[in-house]
Design a protein around this ligand. Structure first.
Ligand code: SF4
Ligand code: FES
Length: 239
């Protein structure tokens, strides 16, 4: 039986168990901490920094930082909101994200976070990078224009599918998603139903011939803001 303890999140005491991260404890308590590179059932990547919270005065990634007894965590502050908003805006201008023409629209976590943060347009100039589309696989395509380098496909392919199809090449601003075959995705062992295909939060990895199976307007985030599933867990305190 794991040992329970409590800590403070935005001034309210919440319960956690040994081994939980701050994000897991917050999720359980019904408090949504923004995230993009985190995905249930794979190891946390700590890549996007969207989940940054302040723990006893220090900035930490909530998806990797273990919860511990008595810590004071701030998730909801003007400073963190501004930082997270800026991160999302940087992601939007760094790639080529044309939401109105993207099959992922309405199911895209980047778009959904942007809407939740009230971003109508980024404050920074678009960089319009030239990136390729890999359509060599019979069932799946990679559109590198939309990749936010979150690593979810990399970790899922390795940890869930036990295949290691995806990885990153180069470093820093030049980091790019790659597959383990120089001829492209079609030469890898990836299968259309692999968990890694579903792991992408944006429209960078998509199954072919499934476009608009669910009409725009009926998609996951068309009617419910991202994070609603977590916030619905919050119990209303007794009056
Ligand atoms: S392809 Fe998708 S899941 Fe993979 S790193 Fe890019 S955005 Fe993340
Ligand atoms: S969700 Fe924690 S760093 Fe991306």
């Amino acid at each position: 039986m794991s040992q329970g303890f409590s800590f403070t999140l935005d001034g309210a005491e919440i319960q956690a168990e040994q081994g939980m991260t701050i994000m897991e404890a917050a999720d359980k308590a019904g408090v949504w901490i923004p995230r993009l590179c985190w995905l249930k059932d794979i190891s946390p990547g700590g890549a996007c920094r969207l989940c940054t919270v302040v723990v006893n005065g220090r900035h930490q990634a909530a998806c990797t930082q273990p919860a511990s007894p008595g810590i004071e965590v701030v998730n909801d502050s003007a400073e963190l909101f501004a930082m997270r908003k800026q991160l999302v805006e940087m992601l939007l201008v760094e790639g080529n994200h044309y939401c109105m023409f993207c099959e992922k629209s309405g199911n895209c976590e980047l778009q959904a976070v942007a809407y939740r943060f009230g971003i109508t347009h980024p404050r920074y100039p678009y960089s319009f990078p030239e990136r390729a589309v890999d359509a060599t696989h019979p069932e799946v395509l990679i559109d590198h224009n939309r990749c936010i380098r979150c690593g979810r496909c990399v970790r899922t392919s390795s940890e869930t599918d036990a295949k290691g199809v995806f990885g990153f090449v180069q470093r820093g601003a030049h980091t790019a998603l790659a597959v383990d075959a120089s001829e492209g995705l079609g030469a890898t062992v990836l299968e259309g139903l692999d968990a890694a295909v579903k792991a992408c939060p944006v429209g960078a990895i998509l199954r072919k011939r499934e476009g608009y199976a669910v009409p725009v307007g009926e998609r996951l985030y068309d009617n419910e803001p991202i994070g609603s599933d977590v916030e619905q867990r919050r119990t209303t305190p007794a009056e």
